[in-house]
Write a new protein. Structure first.
Ligand SMILES: CC(C)(COP(=O)(O)OP(=O)(O)OC[C@H]1O[C@@H](n2cnc3c(N)ncnc32)[C@H](O)[C@@H]1OP(=O)(O)O)[C@@H](O)C(=O)NCCC(=O)NCCS
Length: 172
């Protein structure tokens, strides 16, 4: 478990996702706007199926890392890194709408990049919709390569180009 602070002074906790977190994901999904759900899942989705919930929470934290962010004890974001092969891992991040634009996405990218480096993963892959301004702005902070194919944007970041999060010194 990691304690960190957002630029606005809000204290947050970043912790691994556990199988018993399923109700938190269901509640988070209900609070997420249609736009954010579509941006996260790339298609319109109004609820998570049992198998999706199992996939998203029953992770080995080795080839599939999933970390949740809590503020004031309430879950506000989740980020995951799924190994694709020896060198690459796909990242997906969801921040509740009220919490977007406050720096949580950047903290999660930095944290997941650190886990990727420890696992020998060299590149992070993000797949997004072309109209997703939030992820484009977030990833613009890193050295990246983007390509658009079949209506989806794939962005690749070298893990070595991502600075450790500010909390890294006191981590774990
Ligand atoms: C994309 C997302 C993960 C970014 O996380 P975040 O916590 O908002 O990111 P940060 O606060 O670190 O901000 C990163 C940048 O995105 C911008 N941003 C964040 N949300 C935004 C939004 N809804 N609209 C426009 N810009 C947005 C911020 O202003 C900031 O830009 P700046 O550096 O030019 O000021 C988050 O907006 C989100 O969960 N979106 C819905 C799901 C999604 O798109 N997931 C990505 C799939 S990989």
């Amino acid at each position: 478990m990691i304690h960190a602070q957002l630029a606005d002074g809000t204290d947050i906790v970043v912790r691994p996702v556990r199988p018993e977190d399923k109700p938190l994901l269901v509640a988070g999904m209900a609070r997420l706007s249609d736009r954010s759900r579509r941006q996260r899942f790339l298609v319109s989705t109004d609820h998570l199926t049992r198998s999706q919930l199992a996939y998203l929470t029953e992770v080995d934290q080795r080839d599939h890392h999933a970390w949740g962010v809590l503020a004031n004890g309430e879950p506000v974001a989740i980020g995951r890194l799924v190994r694709l092969d020896d060198d690459e891992g796909e990242v997906a991040i969801t921040v509740l709408d009220d919490w977007q634009g406050r720096g949580i996405g950047e903290i999660l990218v930095q944290h997941l990049a650190g886990l990727a480096r420890e696992a020998g993963i060299k590149r992070l892959i993000f797949v997004s919709l072309p109209e997703n301004v939030g992820i484009a702005r977030l990833l613009a902070r890193f050295e990246k390569i983007s390509k658009t194919e079949d209506g989806l944007v794939t962005t690749t970041i070298e893990t070595t180009s991502v600075a450790p999060p500010a909390f890294a010194a006191g981590v774990r």
